[in-house]
Design a protein around this ligand. Structure first.
Ligand code: IUR
Length: 480
């Protein structure tokens, strides 16, 4: 594999670059109907149009209905790459840009996912990359709909604080090499407002809006390289692989236009990733992966995404070399050491962080939030596990408290499920295949039926499940 192209230096998009210009004065919201009409009728929005819209969103002059109308116009009419890049920039400029020492330039990397079930990759990858010498200023999201969120998973560790100022993030990167934090009023506030509005206006699944939302948060991080994990399959935002590939290409293309080196991984989200779904159960599984063990699909994704990032940022000669380096960090305990440091530096009692990281799986379970009851489901027939459908599983778990239907809803952090079998495995009728961790009443018969439908059996011979990573789309050219 050839070395990646030299890293472009884009003014205002790098460590040491000057801060953003002071914002222009607020614009009156009476202009907004014109802008909305323009997009509604399929015209191209200019840089000034997009900037005016984003200003109005942030300064509060845009009414909720106007924001919703513009989002729907964009959802229905789309945006070309230029408009999407302009929207990304306008969102990024709505808050503070993170400033890092010049010496970190090449080491700054990050990963983002479009949302999955059982996806705990960030929990493992951020400390593993830190152990490989990277700086990872990860701004993550919360659980929403049937998909899980990294911030909520981390908050199942008592004391973990996702609210960190830009100054604290810098300290975390100096001392630990990684941090995982939430978006705040200082960081890309326009995306926070638009994301919440998208959620209640059926405009989440818009290619330009997703692209601008993800890349604006990454543009302020001043990265050398970014990999976006774009999910496809039944439980993904875009189930159709063609649409997911289009999103992946848009992310790579718009990223390149902004001087960001972005790769997009297309990964299958039909089965949950790993064997655990649910907040504290996923932290336990992330710790297993950090022990150098855990499910092979999780380790495979962590090492391959990490390998791609080390290669893209020019730190290794080939992706396979990067993957081997990440695998070493998992096997020699250095990644777990970084995770322990990150927990303690982000508010967890150091004794608890140590006990979690060095304890046995049984001890870890005692230290994390635990559901009150467990209930097992058994295979209804003999057969080979063809699929374990992530979507019905996640929908039932959401009903019993492991997910949210609306932003801000409280979560039951110990609620979730453990898969007791693997895809490709031969089962006999009556074999326990799923252990549900629940707080409330027993599962209803409708919930049990829905869960049993998640187990898809066939007459095939046993097989080894393929890697979830189907394709890595790399930037072909970078236009600073
Ligand atoms: N993650 C984001 O940061 N923004 C989005 O719109 C989606 C995932 I979907």
């Amino acid at each position: 594999m050839a070395s990646p192209p030299p890293i472009p230096v884009v003014p205002g998009n790098r460590s040491g670059a000057r801060g953003r210009e002071p914002p222009d004065p607020p614009h009156p919201s009476k202009q907004l109907p014109e802008l909305i009409r323009k997009k509604r009728d399929g015209s191209h929005l200019s840089e000034a149009d997009i900037r005016d819209f984003v200003h109005a969103v942030v300064d509060g002059s845009a009414q909720g209905a106007q924001i919703g109308a513009m989002l729907m116009a964009i959802r229905l009419q789309g945006m070309d790459l230029e408009e999407t890049a302009l929207l990304t920039q306008a969102l990024a400029m709505s808050g503070q840009k993170l400033e890092w020492p010049e010496a970190w330039q090449q080491q700054l990397v990050d990963k983002h996912s479009t949302g999955g079930v059982g996806d705990k990759v960030s929990l493992v990858l951020a400390p593993a990359l830190a152990a490989c010498g990277c700086k990872v200023p990860m701004i993550s999201g919360r659980s929403l709909g049937h998909t899980g969120g990294t911030l909520d998973k981390l908050e199942s560790v008592p004391g973990f604080n996702v609210i960190q100022s830009p100054e604290q993030m810098k300290l975390l990167l100096e001392q630990v090499g990684c941090c995982i934090v939430g978006q705040s009023e200082k960081l890309v506030p326009a995306d926070g407002i638009l994301y919440a509005a998208r959620d209640v206006t059926a405009t989440v699944d818009s290619l330009p809006l997703i692209t601008a939302s993800i890349l604006s948060k990454k543009a302020v991080e001043g990265l050398s390289a970014l990999v976006v994990d774009v999910k496809f399959g039944e439980a993904a935002l875009f189930p159709d692989p063609k649409q997911a590939r289009e999103l992946a290409r848009t992310l790579v293309g718009v990223g390149a236009g902004l001087g960001l080196r972005v790769a997009a991984a297309l990964t299958a989200m039909d089965n949950p990733l790993g064997r655990s779904v649910g907040h504290s159960l996923e932290v336990e599984e992330a710790l297993l992966c950090l022990d150098g063990a855990g499910p092979p699909d999780l380790r495979d994704l962590v090492t391959r995404l990490g390998g791609a990032l080390l290669w893209l940022s020019g730190q290794v000669e080939a992706q396979s070399q990067g993957a081997a380096r990440v695998a070493r960090a998992l096997d020699d305990g250095s990644a777990r050491g970084r995770f322990q440091l990150m927990l303690a530096a982000q508010g967890v009692d150091p004794a608890l962080a140590q006990a979690l990281c060095s304890g046995s799986p049984a001890r870890r379970r005692q230290l994390l939030p635990c559901a009150r009851e467990q209930e097992e489901l058994r295979a209804p027939a003999d057969g080979t596990v063809e699929r374990i459908r992530a979507l019905p599983l996640a929908l039932v778990l959401r009903e019993i408290g492991a997910g949210r239907s609306r932003a801000g809803e409280p979560l039951r952090l110990g609620v979730g499920a453990e898969l007791l079998v693997d895809v490709g495995q031969r089962l006999q009728r009556g074999t326990p295949w799923l252990r549900v961790h629940r707080d409330g009443a027993a599962l209803s018969s409708a919930q049990r039926r829905a869960l049993q439908r998640a187990l898809v059996l066939s007459d095939r011979a046993p097989f080894t499940a393929p890697s979830p990573l189907e394709e890595l789309i790399l930037p072909t050219s970078v236009q600073p």
